[in-house]
Design a protein around this ligand. Structure first.
Ligand SMILES: [Zn+2]
Length: 147
């Protein structure tokens, strides 16, 4: 799924998200809708309905999107990395500088299941290709090798 498509999907489904949130007993979603900095706890529904699953999917895609819009930062970090390597300097400052970015990349789930109607069998799988995530994955690989 392309970044542009991800953003369109989020926009197109925002209304559905709001109505889903009204239909779920998982009150974390209304809290999250009001303040997107709130931590999202695991589901507490006694019986999970499709509204809660949908909110979960929306949230997962929203998280990936937040990272994808920062692609420039990943490219910058990679350029920085190769400069450090070339100069044969210590990677410690680099690791420190991009620690936050690395923690964000760990949140990425490149396989997001979307639950449509009532049946959980009617799923669409949002799959981000390696090509779409290439700078993020390269950054993750380089960071892990530098630790
Ligand atoms: Zn729930």
């Amino acid at each position: 799924m392309k970044i542009r498509k991800t953003q369109d999907w989020l926009k197109d489904n925002h209304y559905k998200l709001c109505s889903s949130i009204e239909q779920t007993e998982c009150y974390k979603w209304s809290r999250w809708l009001k303040d997107q900095r709130t931590h999202v706890f695991p589901c507490v529904c006694t019986i999970r309905n499709s509204a809660c699953s949908f909110a979960e999917t929306y949230h997962a895609i929203w998280k990936v999107n937040n990272i994808l819009v920062k692609e420039d930062k990943f490219i910058e970090a990679l350029i920085d990395y190769f400069l450090v390597i070339e100069a044969k300097s210590s990677l410690k400052p680099w690791l420190k500088r991009y620690k936050q970015l690395f923690q964000e990349v760990l949140l990425i789930d490149d396989n997001i299941k979307v639950c449509h109607g009532r049946s959980t069998l009617q799923n669409d799988i949002f799959k981000f290709t390696k090509e779409e995530l290439k700078h993020l994955l390269k950054f993750e690989e380089v960071y892990l090798s530098a630790i």
